[in-house]
Design a protein around this ligand. Structure first.
Ligand SMILES: *[C@@H]1O[C@H](CO)[C@@H](O)[C@H](O)[C@H]1NC(C)=O
Ligand SMILES: *[C@@H]1O[C@H](CO)[C@@H](O)[C@H](O)[C@H]1NC(C)=O
Ligand SMILES: *[C@@H]1O[C@H](CO)[C@@H](O)[C@H](O)[C@H]1NC(C)=O
Length: 421
């Protein structure tokens, strides 16, 4: 934390913590009318009553079989798993086909970490249907199903839990009070040395520190790996999700997504969004990695299960065919980079000239990279380039989501670091 003094910093954080809580309280009060419409008896979405049916999409040749692109999809956006990049793909697809998104209201998540309820959706009326839901939420399959037609495809993404833990710790530790008393340079190592000394289940934001994937999926993140409920929960989940992507095999994941959805290669072109600069990523030693996996044992089991089902799918898809399609995707992404990005790669936030492309940053830090749009650009690529480079929050605004709560938080979280008492 360069330039931020120890004591001043923690006072700032305490202030930040209280302001955040007051705001949360205010938000709950102003939305309590909304929240009390408990949704258990609400009817599920009736496709025949849907107001805005998407424009019929042309069937096209995908592989050997003819199929029509699927337009109804739930993407469970997990934390710190390259999911922002997938969101950009979904936003573009939805815009192109004029699909209806189930968006949150006032912010970029569905009152996370509260469990998802369909009443949290902007402009929700019982019985109405949406095509795509993809913002951060704590998953509840029954609630999501009320919004989507029965043929919706349920997709999510996982990442190696040790790397995810490192990333989550880096990104969120300043918002988790129980980590504030960890002294010294390598707070992550100290935490993993004696996790029980610092971790309290149920403490404010503590779920960011243990089995975050389990938590995002709506499961109990405090279960230990040998608890039989972990296996049952994983088994349950595998019945609720149609496709689980693996961040470590991102390109293969997108090819499988394209295949399941019957989309085109163009639909899945991407630039990595929300990427950290490499100097801020601490490579875990094998000892720390083992500790992180043990500490996040339920997530580790979850990951291993879905890694195995992922590769079984690749096998069924055809390894050779997968290799060819991945090469094709890389080639086309490479072309897009040359066409769209000034300098051909990501840059630090302070070097981004256009605010439209400035990514959101963690508290007290600016480690997330972004891009500059090329100055000279073929007009016929301008729109697609702009869309591919637009970070999540700006894209949500463009799609009509008012983000006042998120923006206010963004301002407040900067305060302790601006004031430097
Ligand atoms: C629907 O698609 C047809 C061609 O397939 C197009 O002419 C028409 O403008 C589209 N309508 C909307 C609302 O996008
Ligand atoms: C499994 O799912 C069912 C409903 O789908 C639920 O009632 C049950 O509690 C779940 N069990 C576990 C262990 O998550
Ligand atoms: C995931 O599966 C692949 C293919 O079977 C395997 O090579 C890899 O080691 C697995 N990763 C983990 C972390 O289990």
């Amino acid at each position: 934390m360069p330039g931020v003094g120890g004591r001043g910093c923690s006072r700032g954080l305490i202030l930040w913590f209280f302001i955040t809580n007051i705001l949360l309280l205010l938000y709950y009060i102003t939305h309590s009318a909304h929240m009390t419409i408990r949704s258990s008896q609400e009817p599920t979405c009736l496709p025949s009553l849907a107001k805005s049916q998407p424009n019929a999409t042309e069937p096209f040749q995908s592989g050997e079989e003819k199929c029509s692109p699927k337009v109804n999809v739930m993407f469970l956006k997990t934390h710190k798993t390259a999911s922002s990049t997938i969101l950009n793909i979904l936003f573009r697809f939805g815009e192109k086909h004029r699909l209806r998104f189930a968006f949150p209201d006032g912010r970029n998540d569905f009152l996370y970490p509260s469990s998802f309820q369909c009443s949290q959706v902007k402009d929700y009326r019982p019985g109405e249907c949406f095509n795509i839901i993809c913002n951060h939420m704590r998953f509840d399959r029954g609630e999501v199903a009320k919004l989507l037609p029965p043929d919706a495809v349920y997709v999510s993404i996982l990442r190696d839990p040790a790397d995810l833990f490192e990333s989550s710790f880096h990104y969120y530790h300043r918002t988790i009070p129980s980590t504030w008393r960890i002294r010294g340079n390598d707070q992550l190592a100290q935490f993993l040395e004696h996790p029980q000394r610092f971790y309290h289940p149920g403490a404010f934001n503590s779920f960011y520190l243990k089995n975050l994937l389990f938590f995002d999926f709506g499961l109990d993140n405090n279960l230990e790996a040998d608890d039989p409920r972990v296996t049952t929960a994983i088994h349950n989940l595998s019945k609720q999700l149609d496709l689980v992507l693996i961040a470590e095999y991102f390109e293969e994941s997108l090819i499988l997504l394209k295949d399941v959805m019957c989309w085109t290669m163009e639909d899945i072109l991407y630039f990595k969004l929300n990427m950290r600069k490499s100097s801020s990523v601490s490579q875990l030693t094998s000892d720390l990695k083992a500790k992180a996996l043990q500490w996040n044992g339920a997530d580790w089991k979850l990951y291993q299960h879905f890694n195995a089902t992922f590769w079984a799918r690749v096998e069924a898809f055809g390894r050779e065919r997968m290799k060819e399609e991945v090469e094709e995707l890389r080639r086309r992404n490479g072309q897009m980079k040359v066409t769209c990005i000034e300098g051909g790669g990501a840059v630090e936030a302070r070097n981004i000239q256009d605010k439209r492309f400035l990514p959101w940053q963690p508290v007290g830090d600016s480690s997330i990279l972004g891009y500059n749009l090329r100055k000279t650009i073929d007009p016929k690529f301008r729109t697609i380039c702009e869309k591919m480079l637009t970070p999540e929050l700006q894209y949500l605004s463009e799609l009509g989501v008012n983000l006042w709560v998120t923006r206010l938080w963004g301002w407040i979280k900067g305060v302790p670091f601006r004031m430097r008492w």
